[in-house]
Design a protein around this ligand. Sequence first.
Ligand SMILES: C[S@@+](CC[C@H](N)C(=O)[O-])C[C@H]1O[C@@H](n2cnc3c(N)ncnc32)[C@H](O)[C@@H]1O
Length: 235
Amino acid sequence: MTIDILTLFPKMFSGPFSESIIKRAIEKGLVSINIHNLRDWATDRHKTADEKPYGGGAGMVMRVDIIDKALSTLKSKVKSQKSKVILLTPAGKLFNQKMAKTLSSYSNLLLICGHYEGVDERVRKLVDEEISIGDYVLTGGELAAMVIVDAVVRLIPGVVGKKESLKSESFSFTPSLPHSFTLLEYPQYTRPFEYNGMKVPKILLSGNHKKIAEWRAEQAIKRTKKRRPDLLKKI
Ligand SMILES: C[S@@+](CC[C@H](N)C(=O)[O-])C[C@H]1O[C@@H](n2cnc3c(N)ncnc32)[C@H](O)[C@@H]1O
């Protein structure tokens, strides 16, 4: 998979993609992430990519013509049919694990990070999808892009070593349920066996894998019912 990110602040991306799972996925050649500075497509001396809003009001708005030029260049380099241009915006569709899974099957993703007051309304006509990562306003789309890249890249086959760990995690865990239902993950424990009077449930030391699986499924259902009953609504 190739991921292109269009931003006014490319330096923001230097940390998150050079550590841990994403770093290894890049090294293994499973994903390539290219950060592009939108100002490279600006034509004036000051490399301006934003202007004051028509009609007045606070802040600056990112220009449609500069974004369109950048998209044309980047899209011309994409060979695969399975590509998607995504605008990060609080007005977009709320991001979730199902969307991450769908996006992980694409060959190319192009993410546009807004900043300041956001992008000119006409940019919406140039994209395939608009995504929000939550009902709050960030300073820019850069952090949202990082969240999406992280959630998507770890689902690319081969990125996370053990497939099992993806199957049993929150929003993917479906113990003996149809796949449209997903639960939060069951409680996990490691050493020490007892800490400040809190003990690890004995069943986990029993070595009985069938009973452990049953206990985990039960715990996942209980936890989901208590914390996220909305996930169980259809059952
Ligand atoms: C300060 S915000 C602009 C907010 C915009 N004026 C509004 O009220 O909807 C700047 C940029 O951050 C990004 N952004 C902010 N919150 C976001 C969210 N919840 N999800 C995705 N992107 C977000 C978008 O790219 C947006 O253009």
